[in-house]
Design a protein around this ligand. Structure first.
Ligand SMILES: [Zn+2]
Length: 125
């Protein structure tokens, strides 16, 4: 009984799709993105594109754009590594969360969230 309950739940789980650009990108973001989506957006299917590119002219390390109700693109500066990379992507994922929950795009909240999320993600793995 318990086993079939679990199966049912797995089938009902919405599918998140993740596309990472540029193709063959060596930057490993799947782990952190999957963790965030399953932890914070488990009930909605999201189409997410993560693009790594040179944002040094823009003066930011990343940003997030809403393309549709469940379609988002996150662009991340392609020179970040380690914790800096992980917290930047968590920050942008938190903006996706704000969009989905009709929360204001609050930067202070996103900076606070980014630190808490980094902690939580690192303790989870
Ligand atoms: Zn932000």
């Amino acid at each position: 009984m318990i086993y079939s309950d679990i199966l049912d739940r797995v089938e009902e789980r919405p599918i998140h799709t993740l596309e990472v650009l540029p193709e063959g990108s060596k930057i490993a973001c799947e782990g952190v993105v999957d963790w965030f989506l399953m932890e914070y957006i488990p009930n909605r299917g999201i189409d997410l594109t993560v693009e790594h590119l040179d944002l040094s002219d823009e003066g930011v390390t990343g940003w997030c754009m809403k393309l549709g109700p469940s379609e988002y693109i996150i662009q991340i500066h392609n020179d970040l590594t380690g914790d800096e990379y992980t917290s930047t992507i968590l920050h942008e994922l938190y903006h996706v969360y704000q969009h989905l929950n009709n929360l204001p795009q609050c930067e202070t909240c996103a900076y606070l969230a980014e630190k808490q999320l980094l902690d939580k993600y690192q303790n989870h793995c």
